[in-house]
Write a protein that binds this ligand. Structure first.
Ligand SMILES: *Cc1c(COP(=O)(O)O)cnc(C)c1O
Length: 353
């Protein structure tokens, strides 16, 4: 595909790698392309990073037609740059687009956009282990009218943010509370889509948890409020009496690429992994009988995030003695090893830029 490139005339200075944080600094450029019904995608361009202008009636501002993805460009130990399973993100973005009546992307074009953009912004891929260039593709409906219908115009963009290590202060297990009031999504809704509205609606529970001293909430399903779904904006896994359990994808759970990768790594290591329903009652009885050996969240940002404490109602339970568990640590070492190019990728997951 043809991408027109207009380079910035005022290149910025890459901040010190230990001062990056997450999602606060952006690279010099952004990718933009437009869509119109009947015409398809057009005007693919890379332009200097900057503000965009929208018609006040744009669909996204009223009806929330917005989807996004999140992936990282990693600096390999040998100095090269690579992505991790980027086609999985592209396919998931198309699944999200389908759910939200937004236009689909051509898979190969999307991969080319990611590749060319990262090549152009290569100097913003930080070098220390754990740091990365976070890539944020997103798409929004852009009809300039208030009618409620599937959009006829849309915009796809890609921005990138050099980001520090999630574990700059070491891996500290987090405190999580089981949420019994708000639900994140429901089956039949948009839980499996990475659409903006899901996150707007879920921050309230996170804020309340934070006021009570917890990092995040453990979500229950929205139909029976009985089955465990996710933790914050991550998938969740447990080791119960030797079995690795993760909630099955019922439609209200986001199909994480880290989740999928953890399952594949664990199976290769010989663990029994079950994708099934896990009720809060089963979880609490495993906590009470001491059979819950480990619990962790998983997602691109953190890779894995060990859970050290779990609260349900007014009871609080300690998991894994408040330490990172053995399986969680093995997953962290294996996935980060492959992502940062320190371990051989026997799965064929990395895509070198
Ligand atoms: C993005 C996301 C995840 C994790 O997906 P990864 O592909 O592993 O990054 C899990 N849950 C929610 C709600 C998410 O938005």
């Amino acid at each position: 595909m043809e991408i027109k490139i207009t380079k910035t005339t005022t290149p910025s200075v890459m901040p010190a790698e230990d001062k990056l944080g997450f999602g606060k600094v952006f690279t010099d450029h952004m990718f933009v392309m437009d869509y119109e019904e009947g015409k398809g995608w057009f005007d693919a361009r890379i332009v200097p990073f900057g503000r965009i202008s929208l018609h006040p009636a744009s669909t996204v501002l009223h009806y929330g037609a917005e989807i996004f993805e999140g992936l990282k460009a990693y600096r390999r130990a040998d100095g090269g740059v690579q992505l991790f399973r980027p086609m999985e993100n592209i396919r998931r973005m198309n699944n999200s687009a389908e759910r939200m009546s937004l236009p689909l992307l051509d898979e190969q074009d999307a991969l080319e956009i990611l590749t060319k953009f990262v090549q152009l912004e290569e100097r913003f891929v930080p070098k220390s282990f754990g740091t990365s260039l976070y890539l944020r593709p997103f798409m929004f409906g852009n009809d300039e009218s208030l009618g409620v219908h599937a959009v006829k115009r849309a915009t796809f963009m890609l921005i990138a943010s050099p980001s520090g290590s999630y574990y700059a202060e070491g891996i500290n297990p987090v405190k999580i509370m089981i949420e019994s009031e708000d639900v994140r999504t429901v089956r039949g809704g948009t839980g499996y889509a990475k659409c903006g509205g899901n996150y707007a609606a879920s921050t309230r529970a996170g804020e309340r948890a934070s006021k009570k001293g917890y990092s995040q909430v453990l979500w229950l399903d929205g139909v029976e409020r009985k089955y465990i779904e996710e933790v914050g904006a991550m998938n969740v896994m447990f080791k119960i009496d030797g079995e690795i359990v993760t909630p099955m994808l019922t439609g209200s759970i986001l199909p994480g690429i880290t989740r999928k990768s953890c399952i594949e790594v664990l199976k290769k290591m010989g663990y029994t992994v079950s994708e099934r329903l896990l009720s809060v009652d089963e979880l609490v009885s495993a906590l009470e009988s001491g059979k819950l050996e480990e619990a962790w969240g998983c997602g691109t940002a953190a890779v894995v995030s060990p859970i050290g404490k779990l609260a349900y109602g007014d009871k609080e339970y300690v998991v894994s003695g408040g330490q990172i568990g053995e399986v969680t640590q093995k997953l962290y070492d294996t996935l980060t090893g492959i992502q940062w190019g320190k371990l051989e990728d026997t799965f064929g997951w990395v895509y070198k830029i």
